[in-house]
Design a protein around this ligand. Sequence first.
Ligand SMILES: Nc1ncnc2c1ncn2[C@@H]1O[C@H](COP(=O)(O)OP(=O)(O)OP(=O)(O)O)[C@@H](O)[C@H]1O
Ligand SMILES: [Mg+2]
Length: 599
Amino acid sequence: MMPEAESSANQDRWQAVTVMTAFLKPYRRQISFALAALLFTATITLSIGQGVRLLIDQGFATSSAPLLTQYVLIFFGLVVALAVGTFTRYYWVTWLGERVVADIRDRVFKHLIELHPGFFDQNRSLEIQSRLTADTTLLQSVIGSSVSVALRNMIMMTGGIIWLFITNLKLSLIVLLSVPLVVTPILVFGRRVRGLSRRSQDRVADVGAYVGEVLGQIKTVQAYNHQDADKQRFAKHVENAFDIAKQRIVQRALLIAVVIILVLGAVGLMLWIGGMDVIEGNISGGELAAFVFYSVIVGSAVGSISEVIGELQRAAGAAERIVELLNAKSEILQPATPKNLPNNVTGHIRIDALSFSYPSRPDVKALNALSLEVKPGETLALVGPSGAGKSTLFDLLLRFFDGVEGRIYLEGIDIRNLDTRALRRCFALVSQSPALFYGPIADNLKYGCPGADDTAMLEAAKAAHIHDFIEQLPEGYATRLGDAGLGLSGGQKQRLAIARAILADAPILLLDEATSALDAESEYWVQKALEDLMQDRTTLVIAHRLATVKNADRIAVLNAGQLEAIGSHEALIAGNPLYARLASLQFRETDSASGDTAT
Ligand SMILES: Nc1ncnc2c1ncn2[C@@H]1O[C@H](COP(=O)(O)OP(=O)(O)OP(=O)(O)O)[C@@H](O)[C@H]1O
Ligand SMILES: [Mg+2]
């Protein structure tokens, strides 16, 4: 996804702006509130200058107490109006930032969760996470403040310049000439500060990524006594971040100093020139005060705008990255007119010359012209060496990927012609690494059918031999699991995953080494439960253990993405050397294992 040329980069930027504007569209009303408040406060701030002029010229100069009181009252009135206006502006502008970013996050997540799984093989999910959080936070600060700062200061600058000229033409011309003198150094330092603060942010992100990775694998880190190396590496990351920050601080401090000298110096100069005019009676004291007031306003407005421009540029980058995510298309296309599955799916699957390569490794065929028919109600075992393509076949059945060549038919319908939701509803999957989620056990069990009642849930848990364990937990079925089922043993996780599949009650069961982490006894019981379950539904079971395999109606031997042989245990022992070898190794293992349990 590299930008191909300058023009396409510009296009990206333009598109990002269009998409972000679309996010603002629903909030026209709020935007108009914010704009109105913005104009109102800017006008008031500008008119304060006139208040100052009146205060000095009419109040002080005429030495009239009632007039002074009157002007001070007007001043207070302006202050209150300013406060109210600022409240409104701040509220609506910040509200808009938060609201729009909430919408963006929501849209991006809704989009991501429907994308084909292959997308996440190619994009690190950590990076996607950072886009969803860091980039949107940046946008939030821009929409919720920078844009308004830019607008407000633009109004102030324009209004301020107009008032400058109205107040005093000669002084205004002097100011106008000295503007580049003040602004140029500010721009130069400002650019340096911005570049450094971006780099400094990147370094901080490195620190975060490093912490995430190391702490996520803390047991491996400590088991290999890798802490010292990690401490050193982490310290390096932290120091890098600090070094960049130091450079930024220097530039920033210089910037502030330069601004003070230039701006206040210019004010002093103006006071001198203007003061001479006051002494000579060319202008009044109030006029001079108002003039200084306006030039400070114009100066600070220019400063703020130049600072905010960098923010806006960074936000455009963030918006581009978000739009890139939103533009990612799912490679699993939904049919325009999906075909309907029969009401009761029997589980008849026909795989026809199916070939597949993972996008990240296009030269290796994970499945190579595989043909296979699974009869309704049958239990088919898939065996074969590691990397043979067994799990990949499941992925294709669920249409996480589309085959490069060949077809899969469910009930005689090409699965590409089925609505993917309808297709996936036909399967209950227990995957190789049981996937559990943060939250109560009950929610995890009801994952496949949230509407299930508690009795059905208990039955499923009992069938998977996990009920007794759950009952023992302090809060039973309401016990919350950590991220990814943290706090459970491998076998417990597997049994929960099996219970979930049982509860889902789909016509076809896909078991990917579902019992590999169970001890002999639980495996026996879970096997029994699965047998009941397999009885009236089609089951594909991937297993390395012969005990599981032997109970299957037929066994398919996969090797290097191809179907080597298919048949009964006996026939394969006699006719397929690979199976015979796998079986003999297994038998020896199970023999010694059962010998162990007997003694
Ligand atoms: N996401 C992926 N990206 C690239 N290649 C992959 C991916 N997943 C699997 N593969 C490759 O595809 C081939 C088949 O893998 P698969 O997971 O289907 O094997 P398996 O038969 O299930 O093996 P095991 O018994 O070890 O689980 C392997 O060579 C593997 O390295
Ligand atoms: Mg596998």
